[in-house]
Design a protein around this ligand. Structure first.
Ligand code: HDE
Length: 713
């Protein structure tokens, strides 16, 4: 079978440039003799306008920035491939899904939504999950999120939602945060957002890594087979490493210590050869089941519970190559849910329908020309021929005098493709209706699946949702907004509302006091439709909980362990853990009171990777304190105690052996330690090999959240 895995790299190579062993030139190819001084009248004289070298350099610099994306501005991406494992030709004629083993090149970009380009990776936010497939039949873009539902049901509310969540317009505060009045003002008046709010207040919104989050197409799409039959589908990406999060306190600290945390994590994993991997799955809903469920398949605030329709895996995506140039690739890549290939089509989801307009429009303003498809990262590997011409920065040199169809002068070329020749034909759906500005009655349930999500969480996960809401609403200054939110939360779960209220020093209002509309404004002649609750036919869905879904193949590959050292540390202990970690493709890094090296018990020197000044617990997955003399000095060090305190508080694995265990007794949390804490790997003895194995096995469980005993305090 022919594989296309490297085809995009070959295509990109024609645009790559490398200055090694080359002369410095102007953009016109003229060699530059002096790049350090502008042309002047005399060595102290004024600069001369004729200095074309200076003018060219400065002009180009002045124009280096392009508008950032209005949403999803902050992102990181990588190249890779998609491989079909279980082809579905009976469902789709899309070539890249039809044949087992077929590999298609991809570029994936992950992002936050609200923050600007330079904002922190660890904001509480939805994550974008976009994949450009360079297929033999043209570009297919998957443009999804790490959360399977959305805030709103109709595209017309998107600008309002984004205006509400972005920094407030009068003072541009706060950056990359939803914890402010305008966001919650809007949400408190939009009950349709309640299901999504449950997800963004959960730990899904603070992933440990882009590599450890799921991806969802959100909308229902259609697959179309050779017989032109349509099947509804929901797309899912399942990460091989499992779905994991950090703690909210940790997220906030990471934002200060390393705002590039996710970007660096993705980059380093790929550089180290720990290639991130996801499985692509589909939930298949036969056309005749369109009206079978208590929710509408076209409503983007609803999931199809996996208990009703299981996810069938069709392939896997592996990201195995970092971009050469962030701007050229990650910034200039232009996704569009309307970039589909024969075999994939849209549903009438009114949010999706609006998106189908927005994405080309936004590229025109961001990239500045209708020729953005010619930018190397956006270029199709399938041949492109049509009668579109000219425009800013046109790269293609179209030959001949014909740029219209039909034509006889060009022999009718380029000619249209019949469906059998791969021509795209939209699904022949029958539509017979009145034009209306209305929301379907089938979209009126706003609480049923919010309840389902909340009920499906473990106690720890529920407590994180309560705390997140207390935090977010606690930052809201307008009391009426908080009260309105408590009213909405009480319709999801009374206990949830009461627990949030307790943190706010407020009480849950008896009924929703403010009229909230369902898609129709009260002053509209269609009247106000009150939201209603439809009980979900599924009471609880394990697939919705991260903690109920530990990965099938627990691994610590690419995880980082802080090894806290001081002069006198046991060299053998450090080497023992380092090599055990290395065998698992994880890294042990030495943190010491100062950079340079620490003296070992063998009079050797261990190079310090970081000092306590430059490292912090929140940047590591686990901590190990090897035995050795001189450890008492660490107990005196405030930074070390803060290190341990954060590791404990964020429920990470802490290992210590020999006299190092005494350090934990000096830690502020000493009195809270319980004997059954499986995340504390302690040995009074000097560590043997079994110790490293226990430590690694504990790390593979990610976190020990049960340490948070007082869940709702
Ligand atoms: Fe987007 N969205 N969106 N969106 N979206 C953009 O397009 C928009 C929506 C998503 O990595 C923009 O190229 C509208 C849902 C991702 O480059 C813009 C509506 C979902 C990305 C835009 C939505 C998404 C974007 C800004 C409501 C999940 C980043 C820059 C009708 C299924 C793509 C750009 C990347 C980006 C519009 C709602 C996902 C303005 C109008 C729902 C992952 O066109």
């Amino acid at each position: 079978m022919k594989n296309f895995q490297d085809e995009k790299q070959r295509d990109l190579s024609t645009n790559k440039s490398d200055g090694t062993n080359k002369f410095l030139t102007t953009n016109q190819g003229v060699r530059v003799n002096d790049d350090n001084n502008s042309l002047k009248a005399g060595e102290r004289g004024p600069s001369l306008l004729e200095d074309f070298i200076l003018r060219e350099k400065i002009t180009h610099f002045d124009h280096e920035r392009i508008p950032e994306r209005i949403v999803h501005a902050r992102g990181s991406g990588a190249h890779g491939f998609f491989e079909v494992t279980n082809p579905i030709p009976e469902l789709t004629k899309a070539g890249f899904l039809k044949e087992a083993g077929l590999k298609t090149p991809v570029f994936a970009r992950f992002s936050t939504v609200a923050g600007s380009r330079g904002s922190t990776d660890l904001a509480r936010d939805v994550r974008g999950f976009s994949v450009k497939f360079y297929t033999q039949e043209g570009i297919y873009d998957f443009v999804g999120n790490n959360i399977p539902v959305f805030f709103i049901q109709d595209a017309s509310k998107f600008p309002d939602l984004i205006h509400a969540v972005k920094p407030e317009p009068h003072n541009e505060i706060p950056q990359a945060a939803s914890a402010h009045d305008t966001f919650w003002d809007f949400i408190s008046l939009m009950p349709e957002s309640m299901h999504m709010i449950m997800w963004v207040m959960s730990d899904r919104a603070i992933p440990r890594s882009y590599r450890m989050m799921e991806g969802f197409g959100v909308h229902t799409f259609r697959l179309i087979n050779e017989a032109e039959e349509s099947t509804f589908v929901k797309f899912h990406w399942k990460p091989k490493l499992g779905t994991h999060a950090v703690a909210w306190d940790e997220a906030q600290k990471i934002s200060g210590k390393n705002p590039d945390f996710h970007r660096e994590d993705l980059w380093e994993a790929i550089e180290m050869g720990n290639f991130p991997e996801w499985e692509l799955g589909v939930q298949v809903i036969p056309a005749e089941d369109e009206h079978k469920y208590e929710f509408d398949l076209l409503d983007p605030t609803k999931i199809v519970p996996e208990e009703l329709v299981p996810v069938t895996i069709v392939g896997r995506m592996v990201l195995d190559r970092n971009p050469d140039n962030f701007f050229a690739e990650t910034e200039q890549i232009a996704f569009h849910p309307g970039h589909v290939v024969p075999g994939i089509d849209f549903s009438n989801d009114p949010l999706l329908q609006g998106r189908l307009f927005s994405y080309t429009d936004t590229q025109l303003s961001r990239l500045g020309s209708p020729n953005f498809h010619e930018i190397p990262i956006n270029r199709s590997v399938a041949p492109v021929h049509n009668n579109q011409r000219d425009g800013h920065m046109r790269q293609e040199i179209n030959k001949g005098r014909v740029s219209y169809h039909p034509n006889s002068l060009g022999g009718g070329c380029p000619y249209q493709a019949k469906i059998a020749e791969g021509g795209f034909a939209s699904f022949n759906e029958r539509v017979d209706a009145h034009k209306v500005r209305e929301r379907s009655e089938s979209f009126a349930d706003h609480f049923g699946q919010a309840k389902l999500f909340f009920n499906s969480q473990t106690e720890v996960e529920k407590s994180h949702i309560v705390k997140a809401l207390r935090f977010e609403l606690g930052k809201v200054e307008t009391t009426a907004i908080r009260v309105r939110m408590l009213g909405l939360l009480s319709q999801v779960d009374m206990q949830l509302a009461e627990q949030v209220a307790a943190g706010l020093g407020a009480t849950v209002p008896p009924i929703l006091e403010t009229p909230v509309n369902h898609g129709v404004s009260p002053e509209n002649e269609n009247g106000n439709q009150e939201p209603k609750t439809v009980e979900s036919s599924v009471e609880s869905s394990d697939a919705l909980s991260m903690l109920k879904n530990p990965t099938n193949s627990p691994t610590i590959a690419s995880r980082k362990v802080a090894i806290l050292c001081a002069d006198g540390v046991s060299e053998a202990a450090v080497q023992n853990i380092k090599s055990a970690l290395l065998k698992e493709d994880a890294k042990g890094l030495v943190i010491a009171p100062h950079l340079g090296s620490v003296l070992t018990d063998q009079d050797g020197a261990l190079a310090a990777d970081f000092s306590f000044l430059t490292a912090s617990s929140v940047l590591f997955d686990a901590v190990y304190i090897p035995h050795g003399l001189g450890l008492a000095a660490l107990a005196e060090n405030d930074d070390v105690m803060e290190f341990l305190n954060d590791a404990y508080k964020h429920c990470k694995v802490i290992g210590a052996d020999g006299e190092a265990t005494a350090l934990l007794s000096a830690a502020p949390f000493a009195s809270k330690i319980t004997n059954d804490d499986a995340g504390l790997i302690l040995s009074g003895e000097i560590a043997a090999e079994a110790f490293a194995l226990d430590f690694i096995a504990a790390m593979a469980q990610h976190r020990f959240w049960e340490r948070e005993t007082n869940l709702y305090n």
